[in-house]
Design a protein around this ligand. Structure first.
Ligand code: NAI
Ligand SMILES: O=C(O)C1=N[C@H](C(=O)O)C[C@H](O)C1
Length: 238
């Protein structure tokens, strides 16, 4: 497959290595310095684009891919406040987008178990639920996209909570999502239930970026030929 990498940082380099090992071709790898080059690519040259850039760049790149009819896999987090506009544009321009806050298969299993546990635990009000995430100090967005997905999964089953806040909160109608930035931590997510008597946790630790990169490549192999917006539940049998 001919892949265009939009964003050639930590994720772009990891995806390139895995893609070449699988026999794919990298037709271009764009950074912030040559971002304007995206407009020069056409669907005749590119089977799929993979976008891992920054929260401020993602939406513009997605819309350009829609205009060019290039299917795009997006891993960039921190832009979801624009999702409804992107959905409208996708329909209007007959675009193709695959978005996941986290492409790792392990984290997507975690999402599944998280909802199962929340569904049970909301009947036990003596347990306080909290989401924690730890990432490297270079991360631009907070809380992580994965932590927001986890929080949304819990809130589906906690009608007594009105939403989440990115702080430690004792308010019963708020779900606390706590963020820490430490060294080069790849990505750690914890859901913690605490009562006076005990604590139990769901805990996911990414050991490297390869899990994210291989999931993004699976999505890129699956996406061409489709139209609309997709995510990991469309790809994985969970
Ligand atoms: N969904 C997932 O599974 C994962 C998502 N991420 C997210 O992916 C994004 C990127 O992460 P990293 O690779 O670690 O960041 P990074 O900072 O190492 O790399 C970002 C790259 O994007 C480039 N860039 C910035 N603006 C651009 C533009 N307008 N056009 C083209 N290139 C542009 C930069 O020059 C750089 O090469 C972040 O939002 C991060 O949260 C990271 C890991 C996994
Ligand atoms: O910025 C990162 O590095 C990561 N970002 C994603 C997120 O915001 O959830 C996924 C992963 O945790 C790594």
């Amino acid at each position: 497959m001919r892949i265009l990498l939009i964003g050639y940082g930590k994720m772009g380099h990891t995806i390139e290595r895995l893609a070449l090992a699988k026999g794919h071709e990298i037709v271009g790898a764009l950074t912030v310095e040559d971002a304007d080059q995206l407009a020069t690519y056409t669907a005749d040259q590119v089977d799929v684009a993979i976008e891992f850039t920054s929260p401020v760049a993602a939406v513009g790149n997605i819309l350009t891919c829609f205009e060019k009819k290039i299917p795009v896999v997006v891993g960039t987090t921190g832009w979801l406040e624009h999702l409804s506009m992107v959905e409208e544009k996708c329909q209007q321009l007959q675009g193709t987008l695959f978005y996941a806050s986290n492409f790792s298969v392990g984290v997507n299993l975690f999402f599944h178990f998280n909802e199962y546990v929340a569904q049970k635990m909301q009947h036990y009000p003596e347990y306080q639920v909290q989401v924690k995430e730890i990432h490297h100090v270079h991360k631009l967005d907070q809380p992580s996209g994965t932590a927001i997905s986890i929080a949304d999964g819990i809130l589906k089953h906690y009608p007594q909570k009105q939403g989440w806040k990115n702080e430690v909160s004792q308010e019963q109608d708020v779900l606390s999502v706590v963020s820490k930035r430490e060294g080069e931590v790849v990505g750690t997510h914890i859901v913690q239930y605490t009562s006076e008597n005990d604590t139990f946790e769901l805990h996911h630790i990414a050991h490297s970026r390869e899990g994210f990169a291989s999931g993004a490549l699976l999505a890129a192999e699956w996406l061409p030929g489709r139209q609309g917006i997709y995510g990991m539940t469309d790809l994985l049998q969970l």
